[in-house]
Ligand binder design. Sequence first.
Ligand code: ADE
Length: 221
Amino acid sequence: MKIDILTLFPKMFKGPFDESIVKRAQEKKLVEVKIHNLRKWAKDKHKTVDDRPFGGGVGMVLMIEPIYKALKELRQKDSKVILLTPQGKGFNQKLAKNFSKEKHMIFICGHYEGVDERIREHLIDEEISIGDYVLTGGELPAMVVIDTLVRLIPGVLEKPEAIKNESFSTKTLEYPQYTRPANFKGWKVPETLLSGNHKKIAAWRKKKSLERTKKRRPDLL
Ligand code: ADE
């Protein structure tokens, strides 16, 4: 998959994409991430990409022209263009799964008080929010969305079976996990998990998973 990111803060992406699974996915050529400074497509010498809102009001609005020009250069026939804002549709594992099948994704990181509405109306495929809270910009949300979808691309994870049982891949939250020691200061691992009886273990996990979901996220059931 090819991923292009349009941002006013390219340096923010350095750390998260240069570590761990996303880094390995790039090394394995399963994903190619390019980060672009939106100011590259500004037309004046001050590299302006925002302006005051028509009708007045506080804050600045992201202009349509730099985004239009950037997309004219980057968009291909099969590109999916995502705008990140708090007003977008809520991101979840199902969307991540669908995104992981795309060939080319372009992420536009919103900033300021908002974006010119015509960007929404004419230039993008989907507007996404990562949750009901407001961040300073779309950069962290873009990183969250990209991290989530990259690990779902076939070949990225060493053990793809891990995805099958994890929270949100099924309708229930993942069951509790334990590792050695079996007894830590008297805090013991449930006997069933040490029994070696796979049927019993599977039943225990299913039960715990359901109990946990009922308690924490009944909305999922
Ligand atoms: N930009 C600011 N807050 C955001 C959010 N919650 N989701 C996506 N983009 C955002």
